[in-house]
Write a protein that binds this ligand. Structure first.
Ligand code: SR1
Ligand code: MG
Length: 407
């Protein structure tokens, strides 16, 4: 019989004490459950006297955001831990250290990132993160290059892909991102003031075709070990540091998907800005920073990925002149299309983003949704013909120019 049971705070403390060499035996430990995500329990356990702390994360056997009617495999905890271990090995400065874990209990113990802020919250508060683009571009390039056929032994890659078969979590993405927004699905969730915009999505066949092509890539293109859910709630930041957490959606998928998640979430914040900026000057400055950051994320990713390919991509056929350029163009176009899907789902599907939902002013909140949908549709429809990352800024600015209210 399985020993699995959802942890109480006492269970979490007992488990934390079992991590060799971390807490002293006589330490008086404090514990709080701090999980605010959709799926898991997260406990922070601290020895305040010695300023030592760690995180115990446990998967629940269902989607917390919906309830027990939506069962989810506990194997995602193993997948998350193994993905974190690979990502930490490849980018030790950008991923928390793993201290232990248990597959049957679906538990992972990891470094506490106190002192960092969830990036989504920081962006809502108007913070700038000027190292973020280099950090996340390097994280995506390094973790995806070294887990792809370009950067690892191709037979080992197939064996590794088998360890990251993640059907339940992929199904969430397949449904919530690539299907539900385009039809009148039970799980959809949108405010009545944008019903008209939501219904337009259900009848836009040009949009459906592009979304279907992107869905096909998500379903079938096992290019690299993705993070799989790289939104700004999965990233901790300070002005100097970036840490990527929560890869429970990890699986072998298309390289553009993680980039699309980052770009899409920066664009959601972009759409929300009139609700957060208290003057036209601040609005302009915030939006310029966000668009510059989007371009920089791509540029840093491309720089690092090409550098790794040139230095370490040993495969003879992959060195065929012109191949690398075509590959990078495909990744760019995929990333733009996926970014559009990510934006659209957060407006009309299950699970929204605080950047938009916590705008207090009703008119600003509604307009943010309309702007986001306009940007999302443009990205999905035009991604396949995009020639450069600069086009994203152009489409976002065009959508913003249609707004009726300003800061
Ligand atoms: C039912 S889970 C909803 C969303 O939360 C996660 O962070 C993923 O983005 C998922 O789509
Ligand atoms: Mg998550």
């Amino acid at each position: 019989m399985s020993s699995y049971h959802p942890f109480s705070t006492e269970d979490a403390v007992a488990y934390a004490r079992s991590i060799p060499g971390f807490f002293r035996e006589d330490a008086a430990l404090a514990c709080e459950e701090i999980g605010d995500g959709n799926l898991n329990l997260v406990f922070r356990i601290a020895d305040p006297q010695r300023s030592k702390s760690l995180i115990v994360k446990q998967a629940l056997p269902y989607a917390k955001v919906v309830g027990e009617s939506w069962p989810l495999s506990l194997d995602r905890a193993r997948i998350e831990r193994e993905a974190l271990e690979i990502q930490h090995r490849l980018c030790p400065d950008l991923v928390p250290a793993i201290y232990g874990g248990d597959n049957e209990l679906a538990v992972t113990v990891m470094e506490d990132l106190s002192g960092h802020t969830i990036m989504r919250k920081g962006l809502i508060d108007g913070q700038r993160y000027d190292h973020f683009a280099e950090h996340i571009g390097r994280f995506i390039a390094t973790t995806l290059f070294y887990t792809s056929d370009l950067g690892m032994n191709q037979q080992n890659k197939k064996l590794q892909a088998a360890r990251f078969v993640n059907p339940d979590l992929c199904k969430i993405t397949e449904d919530l991102i690539f299907e539900d927004p385009y039809r009148n699905a039970d799980n959809n969730d949108f405010s009545e003031d944008i019903r008209h915009e939501a219904e337009k999505l259900w009848h836009d066949t040009e949009l459906h075709l592009e979304a279907a092509l992107l869905r096909e890539k998500f379903l079938t293109h096992g290019e690299a070990l993705l993070h799989g859910d790289l939104h700004t709630g999965s990233i901790f930041v300070t002005s100097e540091s970036t840490k990527v957490i929560d890869p429970e959606f990890a699986y072998y998928g298309p390289i553009g998907f993680d980039l699309g998640a980052v770009i899409g979430n920066l664009l959601l914040n972009y759409a929300a800005q009139p609700g957060w900026s208290n003057s036209p000057a601040v609005l302009q400055e915030r939006r310029e920073w966000l668009l510059t950051t989007i371009s920089s994320v791509w540029n840093h990713f491309e720089h690092h990925f090409r550098k790794l390919w040139d230095a370490e991509g040993g495969d003879f056929m992959f060195r065929t002149p012109g191949y690398q350029d075509l590959f990078m163009k495909k990744v760019l176009q995929d990333a733009i299309g996926f970014a559009g899907c990510k934006v659209i789902r957060r407006i009309v599907g299950l699970s929204h983003v605080a950047d938009i939902e916590t705008i207090v002013n009703d008119a600003h909140r509604q307009q943010a949704k309309v702007t986001a949908l306009e940007i999302g549709k443009q990205l999905v429809k035009k991604g396949r013909s995009a020639a450069s990352i600069g086009e994203v800024a152009r489409w976002a600015s065009t959508a913003a120019a249609k707004e009726e209210i300003n800061a």
